[in-house]
Design a protein around this ligand. Structure first.
Ligand SMILES: [Fe+2]
Ligand SMILES: [Fe+2]
Length: 195
């Protein structure tokens, strides 16, 4: 088995991900799938392959979060209208489907083998509502501020960390592998990587 470091996304090199998101995420790829994921310099965590599609979505979300956190700063030339467009596209193409994957497939599966009535799961679902609310505001409000986009970027970033560091490991431990594979077939495919 040969490990290599590489990018998952067309047009985004590994270097650019590492360069911009060093403190956020590193991954190792084998046969074009994420097999290890490390966020914020923590020890690499093995991701069960049945959850690869969700980790692919998370990479896309983190790249989006990095971009959003630059809104209104000298690090970007994008206008607020361009930011609005990119948030709507991100949500329509992947965000909405990803939240459904987690709420309609993953958590109900976990509820059969683990305890969903616990703080990390509550926090995850509250963040889903907050992110949906922010996206809705960005879509509907005629006047927007750069701060709104930066806040969404921060929240997306926190949310992916919570799931990758805490929630996915809990689920991988509790749910029988065979059922994780069955869930895999129900996840939507990422618009960027196709996985
Ligand atoms: Fe989520
Ligand atoms: Fe997620």
């Amino acid at each position: 088995m040969i490990w290599r470091r590489s990018s998952l996304y067309q047009g985004i090199t590994y270097k650019s991900i590492v360069g911009e998101v060093t403190s956020v995420i590193h991954h190792m790829v084998y046969n074009n799938n994420i097999v290890f994921i490390s966020i914020g310099g923590r020890k690499d965590m093995k991701r069960h392959e049945a959850l690869y599609p969700l980790s692919h979505h998370h990479h896309h979300a983190l790249v989006t979060a990095v971009e959003l956190k630059k809104a209104g700063t000298e690090k970007t030339e994008k206008s607020l209208q361009e930011y609005r467009r990119s948030v709507i596209d991100f949500w329509n193409q992947d965000g909405r489907g990803h939240f459904r994957d987690e709420e309609e497939v993953l958590l109900p599966l976990y509820a059969q083998y683990g305890n969903v009535d616990q703080e990390p799961i509550r926090k995850m679902l509250i963040q889903h509502a907050q992110i949906r609310g922010m996206v809705e505001q960005i879509r509907e409000q005629p006047r927007l501020t750069a701060e709104q986009f930066r806040e969404l970027g921060e929240l997306l970033d926190d949310h992916v960390r919570l799931e990758e560091r805490t929630i996915f490991p809990m689920i991988e431990e509790a749910v029988p592998k065979k059922l994780l594979y069955q869930a895999n077939g129900r996840f939507h495919r990422d618009s960027v990587s196709g996985r």
